[in-house]
Ligand binder design. Sequence first.
Ligand SMILES: Nc1nc2c(ncn2[C@@H]2O[C@H](COP(=O)(O)OP(=O)(O)O)[C@@H](O)[C@H]2O)c(=O)[nH]1
Ligand SMILES: [Mg+2]
Length: 205
Amino acid sequence: MSNGNKKLNLFFLNNAFLGSFNNTQDIPNNNLPECCFIGRSNVGKSSIINAITRTKNLAKTSKTPGRTQSANLFEINKKINIVDLPGYGYAKVSKKINNELIELIESYILERKNLVNIYVLIDCKVGLKESDLDFFDFLLSIEKRFSIILTKTDKCSFNFIANQNKNIKTHMENYKKKFNQIFLTSNKNKEGILDVQKDIINLAL
Ligand SMILES: Nc1nc2c(ncn2[C@@H]2O[C@H](COP(=O)(O)OP(=O)(O)O)[C@@H](O)[C@H]2O)c(=O)[nH]1
Ligand SMILES: [Mg+2]
């Protein structure tokens, strides 16, 4: 397991949880550049925030999908914010809750002025689903930049990861205008976390 870059780890270790919000207008604005983590339920959003910040329980993780139903705001080193958004595309929550979550996600992305990058997480084993493509379409329609983080690569073989990466890149031809890059990561063995840390820190420069 790689311990990453000491300087970067120290930067991210200086973090604070600023709160949990159900409505976009309630999220406080400290005027720092902000990035958010979004994706299907259980894809590893909260886990990667803990891996990036090297802080075990900063974001609450769960084995049960559909748990995070609010936007959680974290401040890093008084320089950057990270937001953990609820998962989309989880069939088992009620229609009412699902609509509320979609409303929160969409209003957050549309209205949050300091939002500078969106990380869309995709489970490497599962690959792209309809709900992911719908979300990319939404981002393209409102001209928001995003990157993809392929998660849980520890569960896949080298060849499977390479094929999945290639397949997603092909799909991304349709989103060229707003798509940045793909990160291959595992929270379990810390693969690729350093690259994501570097990308986030660049947002603050
Ligand atoms: N094998 C493996 N499991 C992971 C990884 N990241 C997260 N998980 C597991 O996936 C489940 C969901 O993680 P969580 O971060 O709560 O997902 P979220 O719903 O997207 O926030 C938990 O049981 C985690 O332990 C990873 O990199 N590798
Ligand atoms: Mg979560």
